[in-house]
Write a protein that binds this ligand. Structure first.
Ligand code: 5AD
Length: 335
């Protein structure tokens, strides 16, 4: 559904009636993507990063981080275990770590594709030929948040990076036939509701297939340590408005939401979300991938937390997705 910028801002600022907004988004979600919740097994395979984003705990200049990367074998083994647990999508995420060359990644992607899963990459900015090679090796989807469409804010928070370049990466990924996921953080220092409204219009315009919304959570070992973080409430409102604007996309209940409230992801599932991405990285590495403090999902074995989560989903009257959970476009029919 098309909303004007003014309408979006009105919804984002109306905390008092947010329950109505959540109910409306929940309704749109049910009618368009149904009751299935798709689970994606997330592997955080390297926390090395060449970038220095001010908000991020694994930024290059954070010398307190103990850096790790999974070996090719470990990564493939973790993906196989994920597939055996029943995940139909494996998401491979890392910092921008060039140790993972195109050849190495292509080998890994083809190996993981043997497990009958959809493969999602979330490894940041690469060039066209690399994106093309990953796609040819079997990668199905790509996640890369635009973070904010306020270019001034982006360049302040992501020094040495170019907003335009990131945007062009998203276009290349789309052109190569990946399912494209993006998203933003809300509550960044200096971000306004108007700016968030612009972000939502941008995501709608780009015709993304998935988008994640997360509250900004200040990390103590970053230059933004002393700033205020985003609220769960604003993150949920933003997500709910996005569901109304983009009725048939996949929307994850994000880990950052869960980090602000023990039930954050379940709340998100009742306000427009239809995807959860449990972390299946081996426990010894999990706490090292600290993008922000209190990052949820670091307790228990992956199998245990998966069944606990599944039970919560069933208690909501929802079901666990049994397919790959690709986006099924409805917009052509409903427009
Ligand atoms: N708070 C919340 N989200 C963060 N991310 C990175 N740092 C933080 C933080 N401090 C998000 C970014 C990135 C995703 C992987 O994690 O949006 O794209």
């Amino acid at each position: 559904m098309n909303l004007t910028k003014k309408e979006i801002i009105a919804l984002l600022s109306d905390k008092q009636n947010e329950q109505e907004l959540f109910n409306r988004a929940d309704d749109v979600r049910r009618k368009n993507v149904g009751d299935e919740v798709h689970l994606r097994g997330l592997i955080e395979f390297s926390n090395f990063c060449r970038n220095n984003c001010l908000y991020c705990g694994i930024r290059r200049d954070n010398k307190k981080v103990c850096r790790y990367r999974l070996s090719e074998e470990e990564l493939i083994k973790t993906a196989r275990q994920g597939a055996e647990m029943g995940f139909k999508t494996i998401v491979m995420q890392s910092g921008e770590d060039m140790y993972f060359s195109v050849e190495r990644l292509c080998r890994i992607i083809s190996a993981v594709k043997n497990f009958d899963v959809a493969v999602t990459l979330s490894i940041g900015e690469r060039n066209y030929d690399e994106y093309k090679a990953f796609r040819e090796a079997g990668a199905d989807r790509y996640l890369m948040r635009i973070e904010t469409t306020d270019k001034e804010l982006y360049h302040r928070l992501d020094p040495q990076m170019s907003w335009q370049r990131r945007y062009e990466c998203l276009l290349m990924i789309k052109e190569l036939g990946y399912e494209l996921g993006s998203g933003i953080m809300v509550g960044l220092p200096g971000q306004t509701l108007e700016s968030i409204a612009n972000d939502l219009l941008f995501l709608q315009n780009l015709e993304i297939d998935m988008a994640g919304i997360g509250p900004f959570i200040p990390h103590p070992d970053t230059p933004l340590a002393g700033e205020n973080g985003g609220s769960l409430s604003l993150a949920l409102r933003t997500m709910a408005v996005m569901r109304i604007m983009l009725p048939d996309i996949n929307i994850p209940a994000t880990t950052a939401m869960e980090s602000l409230h023990p039930n954050g992801r379940i709340m998100a599932l009742q306000a427009g979300a239809n995807v959860i991405m449990p972390n299946i990285t081996e426990e010894e590495y999990r706490s090292l991938y600290a993008l922000y403090p209190g990052k949820a999902g670091a307790d228990g074995t992956p199998a245990n937390s998966r069944s606990r989560l599944a039970q919560k989903i069933i208690n909501l009257g929802r079901t666990i997705g049994t397919g790959y959970g690709s986006r099924i476009k409805k917009s052509l029919v409903d427009k």
